[in-house]
Design a protein around this ligand. Structure first.
Ligand code: C5P
Length: 201
């Protein structure tokens, strides 16, 4: 029987790390759904029309260089507000969620739109300052030239766009378990998530 773990939350709250670790712990597959929007955003930056590009994504699109850049993140949140883009990416995500023994999907609308029937729903948050500091450290480690103030402004702009849009806005499902990672280390955050999944199995 397939078992789905839906993990949502704003940028740099720790969803990705938690999702990967939970998947590894239980032997489930993992889909970072943000990559689908980033790949579509990258194709828009190449000059393509985003909606047809979303419907036509191929696995190689998810392996392109530069998908983690700030420019592609920005483009991703622009295309993510387009209902036709979201429609194009829906079936792939729903099928992935029911693959094999279990699947972990992380994104913005997994518990609300993609998998409202998920066995476990988590909503992972942290303060904007904490999230910006984490993203800043990642970007600097990757060699990007940026400032903390710039990263905080980007994080806040992306939050506002993701939460304020009409199409599948970022929000917690009513039955989601909230995990605030502001004061938690990675191991503590992962342990909290694993405990929620254990209880539901
Ligand atoms: O999670 P990540 O930062 O990679 O997501 C990039 C952008 O893709 C987000 O800012 C959001 O606009 C969009 N997204 C979304 N729904 C998802 C995952 C990502 O709208 N399920």
């Amino acid at each position: 029987m397939a078992f789905t773990v839906a993990i949502d939350g704003p940028a740099a709250a720790g969803k990705g790390t938690i999702a990967r670790s939970v998947a590894a712990h239980f032997g489930f597959s993992h889909l970072d759904t943000g990559l689908l929007y980033r790949a579509t955003g990258a194709r828009m930056l190449d000059g393509e029309d985003p909606a047809p590009a979303a419907w036509a994504l191929v696995p190689e699109d998810l392996e392109r260089d530069g998908l983690r850049s700030a420019a592609v993140a920005e483009a991703a949140s622009v295309v993510a507000a387009m209902p036709e883009v979201r429609a194009g990416l829906l079936a792939f995500q729903r099928r992935f969620a029911r693959l094999g023994d279990g699947a972990v999907l992380d994104g913005r609308d997994i518990g609300t739109v993609i998998c409202p029937e998920a066995e476990v729903k988590l909503f992972v948050t942290a303060t904007p300052e904490t999230r910006a500091a984490r993203r800043f450290a990642e970007l600097r480690a990757a060699g990007a030239e940026t400032t903390l103030a710039e990263v905080l402004a980007d994080v806040q702009a992306r939050d506002a766009r993701d939460a304020g849009r009409d199409a599948a806005p970022l929000m917690a499902a009513p039955d989601a378990v909230h995990i605030d990672t502001t004061a938690l280390g990675i191991d503590e955050a992962v342990a909290a998530a694993v405990a929620v999944v254990e209880r539901a199995r």
